[in-house]
Design a protein around this ligand. Structure first.
Ligand SMILES: [Zn+2]
Ligand SMILES: [Zn+2]
Length: 382
């Protein structure tokens, strides 16, 4: 929680201008630190207070990153966007809010876009940290899943093994010893937050008694010592949608590590690897298969039985005069994804030339050659 950034002018504390160089800031700090150092001012609480302020200001302004963020906060504060901050004593009265109290969660949202400035106030956005002791979202866990080609095409329900933080198996994540009560926190009434008013602003903070969980435990669980979590291997059921692609990541919301202090659990990210198939390959939602035919089949035309992934075959008519490499499309016989249009089966014809010929075959082919009239290399002649 760095509320001081909103309230204190560190440049004024060090007596330098807001565009002071790093050297100027350092010199100003050394001079003031010597003057107000507690050793030089024994039993002077005012000097001690001043020394603390100087140290805080210097700690922020001497770090270029922090100084940049601080400047941004101050710029927002002074731009009037927050109604303007008056002189000493906090927030100058009539501001842009028409006297309405500003809840600082909103301020956190507003600043959330500015490189995590929202965190300064202790409220993260989604997935951010919310103060050191407030509710914290659980970590995302990852798992690798190997699927067969068929399972990826058809979809499957399977389990993945995940080792990581999980709800404690003894107390089921409550943190309380089984049989002992979990009470609503009296300080925050179970909400996990307490509001603190300061001038125009109302700051919401994680409740100091229950650390934001809203619950109090009489007797901590003997297995997890009250944390509600333990590290173990879990088998988690995963429903894989039909048509999942190799390399895809499936996010299972809430199946990651449990949150702390009432924060939500993280997600489980399942990375999918898909195996090969001896006959089929995939291009998006299309399935590709190569079908060998003989020269005579390609020349005279034929019908071939083509296997599909669902076990049935389709009959494909190869017209007379089909060249090797020609691809035929069988509509709708590819991958049927859970979402989107079904793919096609692409059948590539490959003319197979025999390595060896029988005596009869050779004789007939030689005879055929004498009849061949077309010059297939006519276009290569110069
Ligand atoms: Zn436990
Ligand atoms: Zn509480």
């Amino acid at each position: 929680m760095n509320r001081d950034w909103v309230e204190k002018d560190f440049y004024e504390v060090l007596g330098v201008s807001s565009d002071a160089s790093a050297d100027e800031i350092k010199r100003a700090y050394r001079k003031l630190a010597q003057k107000y150092h507690p050793d030089a001012n024994p039993d002077d609480p005012k000097a001690e207070e001043r020394f603390k302020d100087i140290s805080e200001a210097y700690a922020t302004l001497s770090d270029p990153e922090q100084r940049k963020e601080y400047d941004e906060v101050r710029r927002l504060v002074e731009s009037g966007g927050f109604g303007g901050f008056g002189g000493p004593g906090g927030f100058g009265g009539a501001g842009g809010f028409g006297g309405q109290r500003v809840r600082v969660e909103d301020l956190g949202d507003l600043l959330g876009g500015l490189g995590g400035l929202g965190d300064l106030f202790g409220f993260g956005g989604a997935g951010g940290r919310a103060g050191r002791s407030g509710p914290r979202r659980g970590a995302d866990l990852t798992a690798e899943l190997y699927l067969s080609f068929e399972d990826a095409v058809r979809g499957a329900t399977t389990t993945v093994s995940v080792r990581g933080e999980a709800p404690c198996s003894r107390c089921r994540g409550s943190g309380a010893e089984p049989g002992t009560p979990v009470r609503a926190c009296p300080t925050c009434g179970g909400s996990g937050t307490v509001a603190q008013n300061q001038g125009l602003f109302s700051f919401t903070q994680p409740c100091p008694q229950c650390h934001g969980s809203g619950r109090l435990i009489d007797k901590p669980c003997s297995q997890c010592r009250g944390t509600g979590t333990e590290v173990r291997t879990r088998n988690i059921k995963v429903k894989i949608p039909a048509g999942v692609k190799d390399g895809a990541t499936i996010r299972l919301r809430g199946k990651g590590a449990p949150g702390r202090n009432g924060g939500p659990p993280g997600d489980l990210l399942v990375h999918v690897r898909v195996g090969r198939h001896p006959l089929f390959t995939r291009r998006g939602n299309d399935l590709l298969i190569t079908v060998p035919v003989t020269f005579t089949e390609a020349a005279l035309g034929t019908k071939v039985e083509v296997p599909t992934l669902d076990g049935k075959t389709v009959t494909l008519k190869i017209p007379a005069g089909t060249s090797s490499g020609k691809t035929f499309r069988v509509r709708g016989r590819g991958v049927h994804p859970a979402k989107g249009k079904p793919g096609d089966l692409l059948v590539k014809v490959e003319v197979v030339v025999p390595r060896k010929l029988s005596r009869e075959e050779k004789k007939l082919l030689e005879q055929l050659a004498t009849y061949e009239t077309s010059d297939v290399r006519a276009h290569l002649k110069v």
